[in-house]
Design a binder for this molecule. Sequence first.
Ligand SMILES: Cc1cc2nc3c(=O)[nH]c(=O)nc-3n(C[C@H](O)[C@H](O)[C@H](O)COP(=O)(O)O)c2cc1C
Length: 259
Amino acid sequence: MFSYRESKEKIFIASSNITDNNVCMERLYSYGVAGIITKSISLHHMDKRKERIWSNGNDLYNTTRFSKRSFHEWLPILSQAAKEGRIMIPSICPNDNVELDYIIKHLEQIGVPAIELGISCPNTTNIPWQTILNGVEKLASKVKVPIYLKLCGKYSILPIVRRAVGTGIKGIVLSDSFPVNIPDGGNVISAGQSGESIRPQVLQQIRTLRLADIDCEIVGTGGVFTKEHVNEYLKAGADAVGICSAMYLFGITHIQTLL
Ligand SMILES: Cc1cc2nc3c(=O)[nH]c(=O)nc-3n(C[C@H](O)[C@H](O)[C@H](O)COP(=O)(O)O)c2cc1C
């Protein structure tokens, strides 16, 4: 069974528009990354809102939401990856626990190695974490596929993590991008911030969880640009790291400097 902790390779590619693109994903696998997490997949059709991704030095901002592909378009891609033994982990954002049930059962059937459940994306509407974790708990005895919960490190997350561990969640991914409001002419844009400036806070959150004896797997994600950053995360208590902004800021080939 898949486990970040047991994985010898520690570099994973975090969810973003890059992991919504077959050509980019092929290239990343060819470099030798341990695994890829897909862009968040919705059961519904994606909205037509204009999406933006922009940078401000070492930080990235984005207003993106879901994958351009539907859940049912993803199934054969994920199934093929599983057959080839590639670690391709679907990121999912169900609207309620009926959807959660449906999605998880279908994904388990096609043999995905794990599932990433996003409940903290600043650009999508989310259901309360208590509700979704109740749903996960009900599913725990029926499904074997490991489920990882993706959280936002901007806020104190200890109570959520404690509850998540109690429901059978195998680990957490920390962090999603941080929600920020950015003035834009006369308007304010709500966006997700990632990259350099979130790294210190995400690292601190991981240390805090480990000091509180949280033993679940943790995938440290936030501003990992160099091998030193990878080691900092592992030292703080992460079992593996996820990379996203570095590829937007320095190009996809930058991943090769981390492997
Ligand atoms: C353009 C862009 C799109 C993203 N899309 C998703 C997404 O669909 N689902 C998700 O869970 N996280 C998404 N993220 C968040 C990243 O996976 C990651 O958690 C975050 O950016 C922090 O890592 P980083 O500092 O290395 O970028 C996105 C980030 C960016 C920059």
